[in-house]
Design a protein around this ligand. Structure first.
Ligand code: UDH
Ligand code: MN
Length: 315
């Protein structure tokens, strides 16, 4: 290269740099319009520009089919995983749904939850943990098994335990965890007049880090049938030196899809007696004494489906 030529190039370089910068900016602007999330090397720190705010859930008279929901959610990876385009997500949230014979509710929830979480720009995965068979439902064992299986599956920083029939009504209710304390996300449910049912209520939708779950030893495995395993969970939080935190009642709003009590999940009066023993039992009854049979794990388009045998009713 001659001296003159290299000098000319040097003179041109600021122009070239500007041109390159404009091209990059134009590409990002285009991607920004297409994806609505301009790339930010600093991560998805700012409040998501995609949030819609308060939006009462109005599920249609019949739920959409899984194929219809799949068509509306083209950006998912197999297994129901999602990573926001254009910025580095700060949180990795696993949603764990305890499940048996509630297909209509599951279809409503998946249709609602995927776009809801994508507006929050969270890296997430949805897991449906199904209790196999017709035996007595045991939500504690099912969720403990779900926790063990999802943490074995990927490196999640937050686990959200989510009833199948609850639809969040404000996407400012962020599906992430507090670093120090378990979070109760379903504070105001329409069925209970959008008021906290009672101070110690810690059911519905709750968010905990793997560390918090280990500290409190997960759920008790001793609650067969409906009732009180959530009250036991509340006691474990306090007994392990933590407290429950809650987002504002203004944003933590949910609609519960109407339902009857399920067959195989009848109220069990014995559960009140079990609840009297939490203080004595929580250290030895929980994740560290969990026993279940893993039956299958299947990656579906909208979720990862894990099936568990919780065993026979004990009490
Ligand atoms: N579930 C199933 N199938 C069943 C039973 C339960 O999928 O056969 C799952 C499902 O995710 C459901 C959750 O377990 O949403 C809880 O059961 P539920 O919906 O019958 O509970 P409910 O609506 O809970 O009665 C409201 C709690 C308010 C009272 C709190 C008392 N501590
Ligand atoms: Mn319910």
């Amino acid at each position: 290269m001659t001296m003159a030529c290299s000098r000319r190039l040097r003179r041109l370089r600021p122009g070239l740099t500007l041109l390159a910068a404009l091209t990059v900016a134009a590409t990002f602007a285009l991607r920004g319009t297409l994806l609505a999330t301009p790339p930010s090397p600093a991560g998805c720190h700012a409040a998501s520009p995609l949030l819609a705010g308060p939006r009462p859930a109005r599920p249609p008279p019949s739920p959409p089919t899984l194929a219809e929901i799949e068509m509306r959610n083209g950006a998912l990876w197999s297994g129901g995983f999602y990573s926001p385009p254009g910025c580095q997500a700060r949180h990795r949230t696993a949603i764990v749904i305890p499940y048996r014979s509630r297909l209509a509710h599951l279809r409503y929830l998946l249709d609602h939850l995927h776009p809801f979480l994508q507006r929050q720009r969270i890296h997430y995965g949805i897991y449906v943990v199904e209790q196999w068979g017709q035996g007595t439902f045991n939500k504690g064992i099912l969720l403990n098994a779900g926790i063990v299986e999802v943490l074995r599956d990927a490196d999640w920083s937050c686990v959200i335990l989510h009833d199948v029939d609850l639809l969040a009504e404000d996407d400012r209710n962020t599906y992430t965890c507090d670093n120090y304390n378990p979070t109760h996300l379903s504070v105001a449910i329409d069925k209970f007049d959008y008021r906290l049912l009672y101070r110690e209520y810690f059911g519905g939708v709750v968010a905990l880090t793997p560390e918090q779950l280990r500290k409190m030893n997960g759920f008790s495995n001793q609650y067969w049938g409906w009732g009180r395993e959530d009250d036991d969970l509340w006691k474990r939080v306090g007994l392990s030196g933590m407290k429950v935190v809650r987002p504002s009642v203004k944003v933590a709003r949910y609609k519960m899809i109407k339902h009857e009590r399920d067959p195989g999940n009848e109220e069990n009066p014995h559960n009140f007696d079990v609840l009297k023993r939490t203080e004595l039992d929580w250290r030895s009854d929980g994740l560290n004494s969990l026993s279940y049979k893993f039956l299958s794990k299947e990656r579906k388009a909208l979720f990862t489906h894990i099936t568990i045998d919780v065993g026979e009713k004990q009490t």
